[in-house]
Design a protein around this ligand. Structure first.
Ligand SMILES: NC(=O)C1=CN([C@@H]2O[C@H](COP(=O)(O)OP(=O)(O)OC[C@H]3O[C@@H](n4cnc5c(N)ncnc54)[C@H](OP(=O)(O)O)[C@@H]3O)[C@@H](O)[C@H]2O)C=CC1
Ligand SMILES: O=C(O)C1=N[C@H](C(=O)O)C[C@H](O)C1
Length: 266
């Protein structure tokens, strides 16, 4: 039985991660962590997450200790950095799904992996991780006369854009093409004149309502167009993937791993 701590347990993903930890046969929710100032501290988790009976109550994130096997973080970049420091202090492995990380925050995460094993993925669904491989096949196969664009749609509360997943797909395509993603990523065309370059990955973003997460990679040529789409309709998809990653990373050596490693998709 793997003992899981969930950081940001009152968030949209945090609640579903608690539920997924409680319902997995091989896992248990050991502690549901929130910020030190949160009024939920001491309250039972069950009514808040709408889940079956559990003894677990919300606790301060500062109370993380080495009794837990793995800590899961789907919060915001600032929170993730603080949670990494707490996990390193207690030598607790981590599964991280927080997106919108800056280069500096990404290097903090990489440094942390010298001290604890960490799985980091911008999407924990099986479908997206398969899509990451499929777009690379498409990018290599459809090499002539192709325009590549990525579209993503999410709920109105999402803060970062484009989504971490859209960037993950774009980076995979750039790698398959032998391009530097930073050079070919096109986030804004409003100031451009002239035709688009074919050595370019264009991003477009929609925000609205309760969309859980949709991503399409377009490979458009003269006369045909390939569209590879993934639609997530439940946050439980991501949460189940994260709990699976937690079980996988528990006894791994220190280092940075991805969901591709967990799923053995390389
Ligand atoms: N990799 C994946 O598969 C997926 C990743 N995500 C990512 O997960 C993250 C969370 O998304 P979502 O649950 O919708 O967001 P929410 O806004 O619902 O939740 C954010 C949580 O993070 C906590 N938090 C924010 N800042 C801090 C901080 N500085 N210190 C401690 N805790 C903090 C919040 O606590 P408080 O309420 O106190 O502010 C809250 O519990 C996003 O980055 C999103 O992109 C989402 C889905 C799937
Ligand atoms: O914020 C979200 O909701 C999601 N974020 C992740 C991302 O930025 O790609 C994953 C998923 O699409 C949902």
């Amino acid at each position: 039985m793997i003992k899981i701590a969930v950081f940001g347990a009152n968030g949209r993903m945090g609640k579903v991660l608690c539920e997924a930890s409680l319902s997995a046969q091989y896992a248990q929710l050991s502690t549901a962590l929130v910020r030190e100032s949160n009024v939920l501290i001491g309250q039972p988790v069950g009514p808040v997450i709408g889940c079956r009976d559990t003894e677990v109550a919300f606790a301060s994130e500062k109370s993380l200790n080495s009794d837990v096997d793995v800590a899961i973080d789907f919060t915001l970049p600032e929170g993730m950095k603080a949670h990494l420091a707490l996990a390193i202090k207690q030598r607790v492995p981590m599964v991280i799904g927080t997106t919108g990380l800056s280069d500096e925050e990404m290097s903090t995460l990489k440094d942390a992996a010298q001290y604890i094993p960490i799985v980091f993925s911008r999407n924990y669904s099986v479908g997206i991780n398969l899509l990451e491989n499929l777009v690379q096949v498409a990018a290599k196969t459809l090499s002539e006369d192709i325009d590549i664009e990525i579209f993503e749609a999410h709920h109105r509360h999402k803060i970062d854009a484009p989504s971490g997943t859209a960037l993950m797909i774009g980076e995979a395509i750039a790698k398959a093409k032998g391009w530097d993603h930073a050079e070919v990523a096109k986030f804004d065309r409003s100031q451009d004149g002239g035709e688009k370059s074919q050595q370019e990955i264009g991003y477009s973003v929609m925000r609205g309502g309760d969309i859980v997460g949709e991503h399409t990679a377009y490979f458009a040529a003269e006369g045909e167009r390939l569209e590879l789409t993934h639609k997530a309709s439940s946050r439980m998809t991501f949460a189940k993937g994260a709990v699976r990653a937690a079980a996988w990373v528990k006894d791994k050596p220190n280092g940075l791993y991805t969901m591709q490693d967990v799923l053995d998709l390389h």
